[in-house]
Ligand binder design. Structure first.
Ligand code: NAD
Length: 294
């Protein structure tokens, strides 16, 4: 197994690092929050007092950080990790960040001879804890092959999307589509309900027809239709509106940079932002049904 430095032990990184320990990797962790490190120490990790100390002797570095500025801060510049890592190290950034920063860090790593992949995930905290995340990777084929040893300890489906930044683009495409088909599903169910249809019956009909989609299959937004969905549990997340708004912002930046006319994505972004501004940021994103109802 491998020696892994894990940086960023929040809601996602904490359980991901625990799964690497369970997969028999030797894990050294660092987070700015001492309590997060202490929790991993009890799970069997060594705790470092800085990012540089964490990566000493590591074969792999995995990071799970909030946004592009944190990732750039950790890796770039004279004081960043890329200036200190040995070229045999493989670096996997699993954070969801802007594709431009992933490309910038990937290019800086390549210039230093270091294998780097952006490897953002699909699946939330529950999938992180269960070790069933999907990884969408951007980088070269050699680094992808090396990355599998570590990624298989944290996830089930591991995809090579393309070169540096491609993982972030794949994630942006997927989450923009998720935002749109959830809204479409909400609109269809609400229209049916207002015309006297039982949303459960309408869901069955659409599941057996061409409207079938993931929101209907596993995440029905109408309360009471699907016992396991956040809608039937007062829209407790799940996947928060705040995170959907963050991901839509990243998707819109990708669209703007590549001159794509994504009218549906922009409309979805406006609707989720309005819903967020009405105090729903911490609720599950399928609560956007209530926005349509009101
Ligand atoms: P979080 O805010 O819970 O955790 C981020 C952690 O990074 C914090 O513990 C913070 O202290 C640490 N950190 C920040 N800067 C640091 C630095 N310089 N050095 C060391 N540690 C540092 O966030 P999260 O929910 O774990 O999400 C992490 C990433 O995963 C984000 O990019 C998010 O968009 C993405 N993501 C989250 C979910 C989800 O459901 N929460 C799902 C998919 C993807």
């Amino acid at each position: 197994m491998a020696t892994v430095a894990f940086i960023g032990l929040g809601n996602m990184g904490g359980p991901m690092a625990k799964n690497l320990i369970a997969a028999n990797h030797q894990v050294t962790v660092f987070d700015l929050v001492p309590q997060a490190c202490a929790e991993l120490e009890s799970a069997g990790a060594a705790v470092a007092s800085s990012t540089k100390e964490a990566v000493a002797g590591a074969q792999y570095v995995v990071s799970m950080l909030p946004a592009g500025k944190h990732v750039a801060g950790v890796y770039l510049g004279e004081d960043g990790l890329l200036a200190h890592l040995n070229s045999s190290v493989t670096v996997l950034d699993c954070s969801t960040i802007d594709a431009a920063t992933s490309r910038e860090v990937g290019q800086a790593a390549a210039a230093a001879g270091i294998g780097f992949m952006d490897a953002p995930v699909s699946g939330g905290v529950a999938a992180a804890a269960a070790g069933t995340l999907a990884f969408m990777c951007g980088g070269d084929a050699d680094t992808f092959e090396k990355a599998k040893l570590v990624l298989t300890g944290m996830g089930k489906n591991i995809f090579h999307a393309g070169p540096h930044g491609a993982g972030q683009v794949a994630k942006g495409c997927n989450n923009m589509l998720l935002a749109i088909h959830m809204l479409g599903t909400c609109e269809a169910l609400e229209m049916g309900a207002r015309n006297g249809l039982d949303p459960a019956v309408l869901s069955e009909i659409m599941l057996a027809s061409s409207g079938r989609n993931w929101s209907l299959e596993v995440y029905n937004p109408y309360p009471g239709v699907m016992e396991t969905a956040p809608a039937s549990n007062d829209y407790k997340p799940g996947f928060m509106v705040d995170l959907m708004v963050k991901d839509l912002g990243l998707a819109m930046a990708i669209a703007d940079d590549s001159d794509v006319d994504n009218a549906m994505g922009k409309l979805a972004q406006a609707i989720y932002e309005k819903h967020q501004s009405q105090g729903n940021g911490q609720r599950d994103f399928s609560s956007v049904l209530e926005h349509l109802k009101n």
